[in-house]
Design a protein around this ligand. Structure first.
Ligand code: BES
Ligand code: MN
Ligand code: ZN
Length: 500
């Protein structure tokens, strides 16, 4: 069933929906219904506090308690979603996400979570719709009885800022959902050519709406990549029977205030190549194209929002496989633009495809370059699975972090340590070394390597290796599998540029 989402100013106590969702705050005086839930609290009156106590409701973040209302309010079921200590964009986004899965059996839902500002309307919308996400393409039977109607209750349903926040949030959701779908698709079905085709098809879908801005898409195939001398993308892809691709997108609004280049790592499967990975979690390396998926979808979303930012996007797609034609440790490749690189570990393939794409990006003379990549396990060890690393020019890093805070995707700045450039330039036979076998700081080596290809432009590199794929169960708005990480940050980054 497809779900319809609408905004309304109405009392949740009088809602005829099958389920009403309210937030609960944990306060010094015990659990309290959060803003949005006032009418529900009033309807229960003095019975509310003892009821919450009996149910063990504390208002802790992540807490979800469903109860039959017995006529206390018009709806038959009330869902209490814990917000923790504060109403924040993040706490509301998480609670809305958890709530979406708790009411998936209701035919209609009224959301009475805190939503009295555009920021919170966005949180409820994104949180709920992303929390409801499931990937069922490969399932014979789906337990997909998603609600038909979801009404978001807000005191300001008619205000322009409210409606805009609601609509813009759904654009971001759409982009995140498509990113997740691509990440979750099995690698045999999302080879580089298939991924490139999907990027084109998705662009057609986005372009369907009335007045939808045009994004031009060019797919460079292996022949064209050879003509251009994209030795990184070709070298990484040469062991696979599915040839590599470079997908280039351009969104060119009338009066751009800035030109942003986005670069994404699109390894559709990373076996490690001859420097093969351990078997245990190799299947998760279908997610190694998350950066490319994020930059493509962010580009479409930025266009759909009509932001006055020119965007040039470069998604480097290859499959890193083991065969008689695979790249070998010891090989020297020539990147696009002529820099030679000695390959010492075929599992450090991301930087090689990104180097070609970064040089392509610098050629369009952007004001700023951002690359997004599931680049290193080192970043996962350093920061875990809830925070991504960001390296680059100080001011760009600062702005990425600011955007990511609005987006609800935390990033942490990582340094370029002393001596790292020397390590990157230490090859005895080529311009650069792709890798050395020093394990510590490997994520910083990778970022330093990428910097060699940025022509000194303002730039930041987002290493999303830990955050792009959720190996566990769903939590809040973060579903299992592909998370769509980076899309919201890129869109908020572009939005901030346009508001400057
Ligand atoms: N795709 C991996 C990085 C990765 C690891 C992504 C874990 C998601 C989760 C990347 O291509 C890789 O293999 N990196 C190597 C680099 C090393 C050889 C310098 C790594 O992290 O071990
Ligand atoms: Mn690898
Ligand atoms: Zn990889």
């Amino acid at each position: 069933m497809t779900t319809s989402y609408t905004l309304r100013s109405a009392s949740p106590a009088k809602s005829r929906a099958d389920a009403v969702v309210v937030g609960v705050l944990s306060t010094a005086k015990g659990p309290q219904l959060a803003p949005g839930g006032e009418d529900v609290a009033k309807a229960y009156g003095r019975k509310l506090a003892p009821l919450l106590a009996t149910l063990g409701v504390k208002g802790k973040a992540g807490e979800l308690v469903k109860l039959p209302t017995g006529g206390a309010i018009s709806a038959p079921v009330l869902l209490l979603a814990g917000l923790g200590d504060d109403v924040t964009a993040d706490s509301v986004r998480r609670a809305a996400g958890g709530a979406a899965r708790a009411v998936s059996n209701a035919a209609s839902v009224a959301l009475a979570l805190p939503a009295d500002s555009p920021v919170l309307v966005r949180s409820v919308t994104e949180g709920y719709q992303l929390g409801a996400y499931t990937f069922t393409t490969y399932k014979k039977q789906t337990e997909d009885d998603a609600p038909g109607d979801v009404v978001l209750l807000t005191p300001n349903a008619r205000r322009k800022e409210t409606v805009t926040a609601f609509e813009e949030a759904q654009v971001v959701v759409r982009a995140v959902v498509q990113t997740r779908d691509w990440v979750n698709t099995p690698p045999g079905d999302l080879t580089p050519p298939a991924f490139a085709d999907a990027a084109v098809a998705s662009g057609k879908e986005w372009g369907k709406g009335r007045g939808a801005p045009k994004v031009s898409v060019t797919v460079l195939d292996e022949k064209r990549l050879a003509e251009l001398g994209c030795g990184g993308i070709l070298g990484v892809g040469q062991g696979s029977s599915a040839p590599p691709r470079l997908v280039e997108l351009t969104y060119s609004p009338k009066k751009p205030v800035c030109h942003l280049a986005l670069v994404g790592k699109g390894i559709t499967f990373d076996s490690g190549g001859l420097t093969i990975k351990p078997a245990q979690s190799m299947h998760e390396m279908k997610s190694d194209m998350s950066g490319a998926a994020a930059v493509i979808q962010a580009t479409y979303a930025i266009a759909a929002l009509g932001l006055p930012i020119k965007v040039s996007t470069f998604a480097a797609m290859a499959e890193n496989m083991v065969s008689g034609t695979s790249m070998r440790p010891g090989d020297v490749i020539t990147q696009y633009g002529g820099t030679t690189v000695e390959v010492l570990n075929t599992d450090a393939e991301g930087r090689l495809v990104l180097a070609d794409a970064l040089v392509r990006a610098t050629e369009v003379k952007p004001d700023i370059v951002l690359d997004v990549a599931t680049l290193t396990g080192h970043m996962v060890l350093a920061l875990g699975d809830r925070v991504a690393g960001v390296m680059g020019s100080d001011d760009i890093v600062r702005d990425v972090i600011a955007a990511s805070e609005v987006a609800g995707e935390d990033h942490w700045p990582m340094p370029f340590p002393d001596g790292m450039v020397e390590r990157v330039r230490a090859s005895k036979i080529a311009d650069l070394s792709q890798h050395d076998w020093v394990r510590w700081g490997g994520g910083l080596f990778a970022g330093t390597f990428l910097r060699e290809f940025t022509a000194g432009l303002p730039w930041a590199h987002l290493d999303i290796a830990g955050t792009a794929f959720n190996s566990g169960g769903p939590r809040g708005h973060v579903s299992a599998g592909g998370t769509g990480w980076g899309v919201a940050t890129l869109v908020d980054y572009a939005r901030a540029l346009s508001e400057r």
